[in-house]
Design a binder for this molecule. Structure first.
Ligand SMILES: Cc1cc2nc3c(=O)[nH]c(=O)nc-3n(C[C@H](O)[C@H](O)[C@H](O)COP(=O)(O)OP(=O)(O)OC[C@H]3O[C@@H](n4cnc5c(N)ncnc54)[C@H](O)[C@@H]3O)c2cc1C
Length: 407
């Protein structure tokens, strides 16, 4: 059996749902196919452990997408019409360092700078200055990130020479140049590593500033109800504009006609054909297997083969009766985003060891407890906790779920 629409979207992660929603709003007949029982991909909130406890299996903080016009200007009406709501936790983050010292990042800039000044007045001033400098290039960064390739100037062509240099440097280099205190450097790199790129890799310099600027502006901002509320709002938007999102359909192949992709095939033998376009957010390393190599071309495949998606992390999920509490210089602190910040050289080494397949013990740790500000995700007074740490990944092995029934 086959069906024909204007646009077939293979894989319903939030990125392709955003595209599908814009296309549906523009009047095209859109069909999204996703392998899982609910669309959203890595933006999911699921009852992974116990009923009533919604856990973000992958993404929790939606900070990076905030400057996108889809949220900044609410272009699709996700907030105005489809029920999407966000909360900005304060404190923004809290970390403990290997020597037992700690640092709290607050939404209030002055309060954050006071905290930084406990370690170094000069570093507090540098932080303020870098945020000011970043404000100047923010429009160029947003234009570059949130337009298709070729529709906005390359970032290096839109910024000053100092920023061009920072774009080339590593986060480790930028932090080492701008800050003097080891605690401040460790915190900045704790944040810079949150996109799981090695902090000493050339080209990660922007992360050392842009991630902090996003956190300072809106915190590790969370959708009320869980990460899955973003795709749910997108699905409502798509459906209201006549589009369809069909789940539990595994795309197994691309349909090619005269060298052009005109549809997809699913595991149940159905064909879904497109009059105008086929688009996909299936991981590109899997997508290239769905058509013969000659259809992609040698140059494209070279890019895919050499693309390194970054460092693998292990995610542990808990449901708890108490939130985790971390040591603070004035007592204890609870924070939605908290963890352990490694010294810069130890973080660099830990990441190298992870890549080399060596299991990590301690070091960089991110603990997310969204229920501290969003009680709707768990029964009254209880919490969900996700702990992320870099760990080697053995392809082909399934994730293990350990259930802690004894609350
Ligand atoms: C543990 C973890 C924590 C993270 N935390 C954060 C965070 O806090 N903040 C943040 O911004 N980002 C975070 N991320 C990253 C974020 O989740 C991803 O960048 C984002 O979800 C990618 O979205 P996407 O739409 O591009 O693709 P995906 O979300 O990967 O979507 C791909 C979709 O395609 C579907 N699919 C795949 N193959 C097929 C097939 N053959 N047929 C049909 N459908 C298919 C999948 O079911 C999925 O729905 C985290 C990621 C992980 C793993």
């Amino acid at each position: 059996m086959s069906e024909t629409v204007d646009v077939v979207v293979a894989g319903g992660g939030h990125n392709s749902l955003v595209t599908a929603a814009y296309l549906a709003k523009a009047g095209l007949e859109v069909l999204v196919l996703d392998a899982r029982c609910e669309a959203g991909g890595g933006a999911a909130s699921e009852e992974l452990l116990l009923p009533g406890y919604l856990i973000d299996s992958c993404s929790t903080g939606h900070t990076l997408i905030q400057p996108n016009p889809v949220l900044r200007d609410d272009e699709l009406g996700l907030k105005a019409d489809y029920g999407l709501r966000y909360i900005s936790p304060d404190p923004v983050a809290h970390v403990v360092f290997p020597d037992g010292e700690s640092f709290t990042h607050w939404l209030d800039l002055d309060r954050t700078c006071d905290e930084l000044a406990r370690f170094s007045r000069r570093d507090a001033d540098s932080y303020r200055r870098l945020l000011r400098e970043y404000d100047e290039i923010k429009p160029a960064v947003s234009a570059y990130r949130f337009n298709p390739v070729g529709y906005a100037p390359a970032l290096r062509d839109a910024v000053s020479q100092i920023w061009q240099r920072r774009l080339l440097l590593s986060a480790y280099d930028v932090v080492g140049y701008e800050y003097e205190d080891p605690h401040v450097r460790a915190y900045m790199l704790w944040q810079a590593f949150q996109t799981l790129q090695p902090v000493d890799a050339y080209g990660t310099g922007l992360n050392a500033i842009s991630i902090l600027a996003g956190r300072q502006a809106q915190s590790w901002i969370l959708p009320v109800g869980g990460s899955g509320e973003l795709p749910r709002a997108l699905v409502r938007c798509i459906e209201e504009h006549g589009g369809r999102v069909v789940t539990e359909r595994l795309v197994t192949g691309l349909v090619l006609e005269n060298g052009r992709c005109t549809g997809v095939e699913t595991a149940d033998g159905e064909r879904w054909l497109a009059r105008r376009a086929v688009l996909s957010s299936i991981h590109v390393k899997a997508l290239v297997e769905m058509a013969p190599a000659e259809a992609w071309g040698e140059e494209f495949l070279y890019g895919i083969d050499t693309f390194d998606p970054g460092i693998s992390v292990a995610a542990q999920y808990y449901v708890t009766t108490e939130p985790p509490r971390f040591r603070a210089h004035d007592g204890e602190r609870e924070a939605v985003s908290a963890g352990l910040a490694a010294w810069p050289d130890d973080l660099v080494q830990a990441v190298r060891d992870t890549k080399a397949g060596r299991v990590q013990d301690g070091g960089w740790l991110l603990c997310g407890t969204p229920t501290l500000v969003d009680p709707s995700r768990a029964p009254h007074g209880h919490h969900t906790l996700k702990v992320l740490s870099p760990q080697p990944w053995a392809p082909g092995r399934n994730a293990a779920v350990i259930r802690h029934e004894d609350l």
